[in-house]
Unconditional design. Structure first.
Length: 105
């Protein structure tokens, strides 16, 4: 699991605590490793239920089951800040997202 992906595991905790349309932008305490949210980014959909970080740690996909779309975000590796890529894919009630490895050139 990429270092940045571990940080976004906090999104699931926040979802269970009634923050249904945001993704956490977490910070890690360098001494204790404790995660804490430093900001939130709208997931551009309803009922986000799953997310997947690209192996590079630079892209986050969010499955919004309630609005039937998957939204892509750029991830700032230094800060964890999310920035929408503008790419939204309509999918009927997505419940999971995955990223397939490219076979290369």
């Amino acid at each position: 699991m990429h270092r940045t992906e571990r940080l976004f595991a906090l999104m699931d905790v926040l979802r269970r605590h009634r923050r249904p349309v945001t993704a956490a932008q977490p910070a890690v305490d360098p001494d204790s490793g404790t995660l804490s949210p430093v900001g939130y980014a709208p997931t551009q959909g309803k009922a986000p239920c799953h997310f997947r970080m690209a192996p590079t740690g630079k892209l986050l996909l969010v499955a919004n089951q309630g609005s039937s779309n998957i939204v892509a975000f750029h991830v700032d590796e230094a800060t964890g800040a999310l920035r929408p890529t503008g790419r939204v894919t309509e999918v009927p009630e997505p419940t999971c997202v995955g990223i397939a490895a490219s076979p290369g050139p």
